[in-house]
Design a protein. Structure first.
Ligand SMILES: NC(=O)C1=CN([C@@H]2O[C@H](COP(=O)(O)OP(=O)(O)OC[C@H]3O[C@@H](n4cnc5c(N)ncnc54)[C@H](OP(=O)(O)O)[C@@H]3O)[C@@H](O)[C@H]2O)C=CC1
Ligand SMILES: CC(C)(CO)C(=O)C(=O)O
Length: 325
């Protein structure tokens, strides 16, 4: 299977290294010092499951790669709308795009029935800009339970978790999902193919909607947020409101708030990908994680005063970062 990882950062380079180790024909698209290091020394993965190094081809020019079977999109979601020139050379008639994003994907209401069928979520797909660049028909959904960080150029620190759940937006059984799953599992990852990924999306989102904005606003790790009584209570309230929105769009996540908090606390002193962005002066991936849920709450009439307040202050912080960059 020919796979290009577009945006071979913390998650992309980790998945790409694992896929390469499992025998897939992997090509990484990255840039700057990180690219230079991966070209010279390969991708070094430091993991509690055992360190390893993989040497996939790496470039900053997707036209060197050409059409592939799968594009694994490791960019932050706020860059999807602008990634057309990088993506286009990688697309053949049947190329699928697997976005490793947190939050609500642009294809969310595609391929489903009901009152919201085909609805476009503005915070996720503003004016249709993302679905024009990545047509929903190409999308395979993915929910990433792994946690990784770039420790230095070419070096990925794997904190925990190997699960990348995947599934077709329209719930169909497809050969492309089965083949991708086999390639990921050959590389030592867990990659179950789910009939409907939407439950996984909300289970993961219950954590991200709390920890990603709060970690940035308080510059704290996940464990620090869990161990402080006031922020733990805040987390609980935010998760409750999120569950209410999930239910109004037809999903009942099967995990309790206590279990979700315990899981987050176990991740320990991990700085979320959003905190990393803030520390690097980058805009934060909060539209798909937080603003999208507030938008869905407005659409369905769910009361979300706490999510709305956090969205307001995190939104202002994001605006400040954008102005400074
Ligand atoms: N990290 C984690 O533990 C988890 C992350 N995710 C999701 O995975 C996705 C990726 O996150 P993460 O891996 O943390 O992010 P990173 O910032 O580590 O990775 C993105 C990579 O894309 C590169 N990139 C951006 N623009 C270009 C370009 N034009 N050309 C080449 N390379 C480019 C970035 O390079 P540069 O740094 O130079 O901009 C960076 O290396 C997000 O949607 C996130 O929500 C999901 C679960 C866990
Ligand atoms: C915190 C983590 C690893 C899992 O909740 C994550 O998804 C992120 O860093 O964005």
């Amino acid at each position: 299977m020919r796979i290009a990882v577009l945006g071979a950062g913390a998650i992309g380079a980790y998945a790409g290294a694992a896929l390469h180790r499992g025998g897939a024909d992997v090509h990484l698209v990255a840039r700057n010092e990180h690219l230079k290091a991966m070209r010279e020394n390969g991708v070094r993965v430091l993991s509690p499951r055992g360190d390893f190094t993989a040497h996939p081809h790496a470039t900053d020019d997707p036209s060197e790669i050409g059409p592939v079977d799968i594009v694994f999109l490791g960019l932050k979601a706020q860059y999807y709308a602008g990634c057309g020139s990088l993506l286009r050379p990688l697309l053949g008639p049947n190329t699928a795009v697997v976005a490793a994003q947190n939050g609500v994907p642009w294809w969310y209401f595609h391929g489903v029935e009901g009152p919201l069928a085909g609805h476009r979520i503005e915070s996720v797909d503003p004016g249709g800009a993302v679905s024009r660049v990545i047509p929903v028909e190409r999308a395979i959904g993915c929910v990433v339970y792994a946690a990784t960080e770039i420790e230095g150029p070419g070096v990925i620190r794997h904190i925990e978790g190997t699960r990348f759940s995947i599934g077709e937006p329209d719930r169909s059984d497809s050969a492309r999902c089965r083949e991708l799953s086999a390639a990921m599992e050959a590389g030592g990852l867990k990659c179950p193919v789910e009939h409907d990924l939407r439950e996984d999306i909300w289970v993961k989102l219950m954590g991200n909607i709390v920890f990603n904005p709060l970690s940035a606003l308080t510059r704290s790790t996940m464990a620090q947020i869990c161990r402080n009584r006031s922020t733990r209570d805040l987390a609980r309230t935010m998760m409750n409101e999120t569950l209410e929105v999930a239910e109004r769009v037809g999903v009942r996540p099967s995990v309790s708030i206590d279990r979700r908090l315990a899981g987050a606390e176990r991740t320990g002193d991990h700085r979320t990908s959003t905190l990393h962005d803030l520390e690097r002066g980058r805009t934060m991936e909060l539209d798909v994680i937080l603003s999208a849920v507030v938008e869905l709450a407005d659409l369905t009439g769910a009361p979300v005063p706490t999510l709305r307040a956090v969205d307001a202050v995190a939104g202002l912080l994001n605006q400040r970062v954008a102005e400074a960059s």
